[in-house]
Design a protein around this ligand. Structure first.
Ligand code: SAM
Length: 326
């Protein structure tokens, strides 16, 4: 079991399959983003080898993200290889959903169990503007396909002040009245080159809950307030789904953090909001043995930072979110 120096059991790996995306959400990456050449990214066999090694040291949950994981060539085969790795219990994916109409069934057949689909508003014009060119109908098609394929579904909405923090969050929350989904509202986090915009736009959990309950009724705490992953769950009266609030900025959940991230260029990122990374790619490509890689991973995990230092104005500047995967 990989423990860090604070005794946290780190067993959940989020792998970024690519830094590229077929959208350009304004809070996620600059419009003129340059992407890494393919040879600088972990290759399929390198990903599968690392997953096997992570599983050997006790990781059992994998989430694929990006960039946009569904635009990676061979994504279905990568999912299959991960799902078949001894020790891996769940494989999930965070996606914008645009490719799910074609990929949901093959991904489910390959062993994917859940998708978290990002959608910040149901309003077609606003969706188009925040993603710089996306069509919300394409996400709906993807969601229908995911439901048909039997995948578990959660929706992720990043909340941006004066953009989607009023009627849009209410419309998203209303979905839980007739869909058994978890709709999660994510506080916008500051990263890299888009920091000023992000900090001005963060909306706190308390504000959001007040907006939603004024429109749709009192929110009841689910499960005595126990965190579901990183989300605090609530329910609207007579709803079939739940609402989750992920308040990484105003109410961080560092004490219960179990995760590490593998970037598309093969760095182990120990905390989303801290710059510290361990280079795995170089030893991997220099021919390190499994035992040597295990030592590097264990050492990196041991020194995982406790959590973010946004209140001290320490903001991660070395990467934007699209390179980290959320
Ligand atoms: N392309 C996929 C998607 O759209 O879900 C996966 C990658 S995306 C970086 C993962 C998640 O990070 C999305 O839900 C996205 O909305 C969220 N995200 C991006 N930038 C963010 C920011 N600055 N603060 C909080 N969440 C952010």
């Amino acid at each position: 079991m990989p423990l860090d120096r604070f005794g946290r059991d780190i067993n959940y790996l989020r792998i970024s399959l690519t830094d590229k995306c077929n959208l350009r959400c304004v809070y996620c990456m600059p419009e003129n983003m340059t992407f890494r050449p393919r040879q600088e990214l972990l290759q399929d066999d390198e990903i599968l080898r690392l997953v096997r090694i992570f599983a050997e040291i006790g990781f059992h949950k994998i989430r694929l993200t990006g960039g946009e994981p569904t635009i990676r060539a061979n994504v279905v085969e990568i999912v299959r290889g991960i799902a078949e790795t001894p020790g891996i219990k769940t494989v999930a994916m965070t996606t914008n959903g645009l490719m799910l109409d074609k990929l949901a069934q093959p991904l489910a057949d390959a062993g994917l169990s859940r998708v978290n689909v990002s959608i910040d508003t149901l309003n077609p014009e606003k969706f188009n503007k925040i993603t710089r060119w996306g069509q919300v109908e394409d996400v709906w098609r993807g969601l229908d396909a995911a439901e048909k394929a039997g995948l578990g579904i959660k929706l992720n909405g990043v909340v941006v002040r004066d953009y989607n923090d009023k009627e849009d969050v209410v419309d998203l929350a209303r979905l839980t009245l007739f869909r058994p989904w978890q709709i999660r509202f994510i506080e916008m986090m500051p990263f890299g080159e888009v920091t000023d915009f992000q900090q001005a736009g963060t909306v706190s959990e308390e504000e959001l809950k007040a907006t939603i309950s004024a429109a749709l009724g009192e929110l009841a705490v689910v499960d005595n307030g126990r965190l579901d992953g990183e989300a605090r769950l609530y329910k609207l009266p007579n709803s079939v789904g739940t609402l989750g609030f992920i308040s990484s900025v105003t109410q961080p959940f560092c004490a219960s953090c179990t995760r590490a991230r593998l970037t598309a260029d093969g760095r182990l990122r120990l905390c989303l909001l801290r710059e510290k990374e361990v280079n795995i790619m170089d030893p991997l490509r220099a021919g390190a043995s499994d035992e040597e890689l295990i030592d590097i991973l264990r050492e990196g995990i041991y020194w995982k930072p406790w959590g973010h230092k946004l209140s001290e104005d320490i903001i991660p500047l070395n990467r934007v979110m699209s390179e980290l995967g959320g």
